[in-house]
Design a protein around this ligand. Sequence first.
Ligand SMILES: Nc1ncnc2c1ncn2[C@@H]1O[C@H](COP(=O)(O)OP(=O)(O)OP(=O)(O)O)[C@@H](O)[C@H]1O
Ligand SMILES: [Mg+2]
Length: 215
Amino acid sequence: MSQANFLTGTDTEVGKTLIAAALLRAAAAQGLRALGMKPVAAGGDEDVDALVAAGNVAAPRELINPYLLREPLSPHLAARRDGTAIDLERIARCFGELRGRADFLIVEGAGGFRVPLGDTHDGADLAARLGLPLILVVGLRLGCLNHALLTAEAIRARGLPLAGWVANQVDPAMACVAENVDTLRARLPAPLLGVVPFQDHPNPAQVATLLELPE
Ligand SMILES: Nc1ncnc2c1ncn2[C@@H]1O[C@H](COP(=O)(O)OP(=O)(O)OP(=O)(O)O)[C@@H](O)[C@H]1O
Ligand SMILES: [Mg+2]
């Protein structure tokens, strides 16, 4: 088995890194060579550290994270402040070098699906350039149904498959969690890979036990 997925979310801070790390651990536990990529990080490289820690394949940091922008802004603004521009072809080359090293590769997007990466391109263009099936992390909180359905529509509009979605409870006080998950199960055209309750101490290895790998 050799597969790669682009992991996006309904927003920033919805648990993309936690779920990506958990999926990598689940794949590694099955004996697969697991590797995470974070092409664009803005305002710190904790996501890169988390993905590296969860994978089991060594790779040069500059391939895993070709763009590390200084400020925690939308990538197009952070890149402008750094005097640089995000080049999708450079990311595609890095991805191409990583792909052969892993059986299971996850590319974590920045922010949500349509986050601008430059004046003329965004996260959806990157996913389309890499041509990868999507995994959608839905951060369960009030408003997430609309965000999830809009994201699925945007993914479909790019002609990309949605390989699966994860319901991740980021709001400990969210009401009607099961009903919200059922609502999305009925409307999203992809399998639910797992429901992750709010964690007092989020831990990718533990979350891994709650997830199925995408087909
Ligand atoms: N199920 C959960 N229960 C409790 N806390 C969670 C859960 N999922 C994520 N978190 C916490 O929410 C915060 C954001 O999660 P995470 O960094 O994975 O989001 P992200 O979508 O990757 O954000 P970014 O857009 O910055 O990459 C982290 O502190 C994480 O530990
Ligand atoms: Mg992240």
